[in-house]
Ligand binder design. Sequence first.
Ligand SMILES: O=C(O)[C@H](O)COP(=O)(O)O
Length: 213
Amino acid sequence: MPATLVLTRHGESEWNKKNLFTGWVDVKLTEKGEQEAKLGGERLKASNTQFDCAYTSSLQRAQKTLEIIQSEIGQTSIPVTKDEALNERHYGELQGLNKDDARNKWGEDQVHIWRRSYNVPPPGDNAESLELTAKRVLPYWKSEILPKLADGKNILIAAHGNSLRALIMDIEKLSGDQVVGLELATGVPIEFKLDIVDGEPKVTSKKIFNQSL
Ligand SMILES: O=C(O)[C@H](O)COP(=O)(O)O
């Protein structure tokens, strides 16, 4: 029996709404973000999956999203692990800047490279490219989460656009070029049925619980 893994990017945050680079800044969900998480949970409920445990980041927008989904699916008592390994990529000196202002200052192409290239980090000492993000997300995934999936456990994760892009790269074996086009909507659960063969995930099905608010 394949195990079920559900990944959800947090609902709209206050800084998503203001169009600001967020990264590790710990902002709240907006009311719309809470509604998105609720709707995601309602849709997920229809699949009737009983989860064995859940994971989230150390940031409140992902934690709150998970809490809302758990409440919608009626599974508030499963164990939840919070770890900064699943945090959003660190956006360095871009954190707090408006994305349109950044385009005006550095140009559309440069900002797109910082946001979506695989290995070019944004400016700043702590800044992470997607590659650097993957270097902290994937060891955690491989040591903490994959072995549980291999044991047939069903797992729910609420995290962030770029930490989940890094995870999906590994799950779907996407190249650095392919991941450039991968965009995740806020509050939309993505369900993978996975067989773990020799420690590697093999996708047997993928379903996106689409929504619009
Ligand atoms: O940290 C952020 O600003 C967002 O959550 C993700 O931003 P991105 O779409 O620019 O990668």
